[in-house]
Ligand binder design. Structure first.
Ligand code: NAP
Length: 339
């Protein structure tokens, strides 16, 4: 579909950028509205769930489901209604205000009247030995998702913000003992969250300690090597699980400066809608959400994005009636043909 300059002449109704729960759900809804969406899903499609094992908190899977399997199901359901996919990473986004938007993947540029941004967020990592190797083998970046698998174990939560407190309070319901490890004596978390965590009988606070290594035994986490931030003293903390809760980074780098973002890089939308400040550009899922960040909330947000895009396309006549989404806009096309 490229011309000789590598430019794609077709103008899509809607391009969805991102292949996680938000992007695939937006695609499902857009496809069922006969918008024939194109999803640029990324080379490693599936989002954060691609690195998750059991998912037990997504409604509709009473026995639970593996994260990658669930994402495959999402993708298949969107495909069933005519979604098309590009399994590669977007390299450039040129967004307009109410005009045609350009989405470039390597040498190929796709054009669309509406764009739904669903690039998600990634958990920040400590960058220490054992962290990636033991991911899914006792090391997790989501206490709310994985806490229930650590019943009766001694675990640690690393971080001093609200996420770390929230994870600690939740995981302490299952764990025998939980150690909060923070690199400073002061917490960044809100006082109320810190106090709630400290009030739990089975939570201890270890500060100021810096994690240096996750140590595995027989393929599972067995301990964390810590270093005292002031004295340099080393401490080995035996654990059966570790939660890294040091924040998230929204994947907004391609759109910063084009749409409004907050100081942490999350895309700002005109809530409760998914509209950004640019007409025809919508943002959904973890890219806009620093609070809930669940697959089910991301999917709900994707639904809103697809409906917002559908209504935008319905209410905004396209520059070329042939490229307009024709099946549900008979009135627009007839008006153009009659003139
Ligand atoms: P955050 O507020 O940025 O806190 C991150 C924490 O991780 C900080 O304590 C930081 O330490 C620590 N940290 C960062 N990099 C580290 C490293 N390399 N090694 C060791 N520690 C490191 O992130 P968050 O807790 O995810 O919260 C993000 C936003 O969401 C906040 O606005 C928060 O209020 C909100 N939130 C709210 C709720 C709630 O209200 N229920 C729940 C979750 C999140 P330093 O303090 O030393 O920098």
């Amino acid at each position: 579909m490229s011309d000789k300059n590598g430019e794609n002449e077709r103008v899509e109704n809607v391009i969805i950028v991102g292949g996680g729960p938000a992007g695939y759900t937006a695609a499902l809804y857009a496809a069922r509205a006969e918008l024939e969406p194109l999803v640029i899903e990324g080379f490693q499609w599936g989002g954060q769930l691609q690195n998750t094992t059991d998912v037990e908190n997504y409604p509709g899977y009473p026995e639970g489901v593996m994260g990658p399997e669930m994402m495959n199901d999402f993708r298949k359901q969107a495909e069933r209604f005519g979604t098309r996919f590009v399994t590669d990473d977007v390299t450039e986004l040129k967004l307009s205000d109410g005009g045609i938007h350009e989405v470039t993947v390597g040498k190929e540029t796709h054009r669309a009247r509406a764009v739904i941004l669903a690039m998600g967020a990634e958990p920040k990592r400590l960058g220490i030995p054992g962290e990636m190797e033991l991911q899914g083998a006792g090391v997790s970046t989501c206490g709310v998702c994985d806490g229930a698998f650590f019943k009766g174990k001694d675990v640690a939560v690393i971080g001093g913000g609200d996420s770390a407190m929230e994870d600690s309070i939740f995981v302490s319901k299952f764990a025998d003992k939980l150690s909060i490890i923070h690199r400073r004596d002061e917490f960044r978390a809100s006082k109320i969250m810190e106090e709630r965590a400290r009030a739990k009988d089975n939570i201890e606070v270890l500060t100021p300690y810096v994690p240096k290594e996750f140590v595995g035994e027989e393929g599972k986490i067995a301990s964390i090597r810590l270093e005292h931030a002031e004295t340099g003293e080393e401490k080995i903390l035996p654990v059966g699980g570790a939660f890294v809760a040091i924040g998230h980074t929204p994947r907004s780098e391609l759109v910063v400066g084009q749409v409004d973002t907050d100081e942490e890089g999350y895309v700002k939308v005109d809530e409760p809608s998914t509209k950004t400040r640019l007409a025809g550009v919508f943002a959904v899922g973890d890219l806009v959400d620093h609070t809930y960040r669940q697959a089910v909330t991301a999917a709900g947000s994707g639904t809103k994005g697809a409906l917002d895009a559908e209504w935008y396309l319905r209410d905004t006549p396209g520059p070329d009636p042939e490229a307009h989404w024709s099946k549900q806009t008979g009135a627009v096309i007839e008006a153009v043909e009659a003139s």
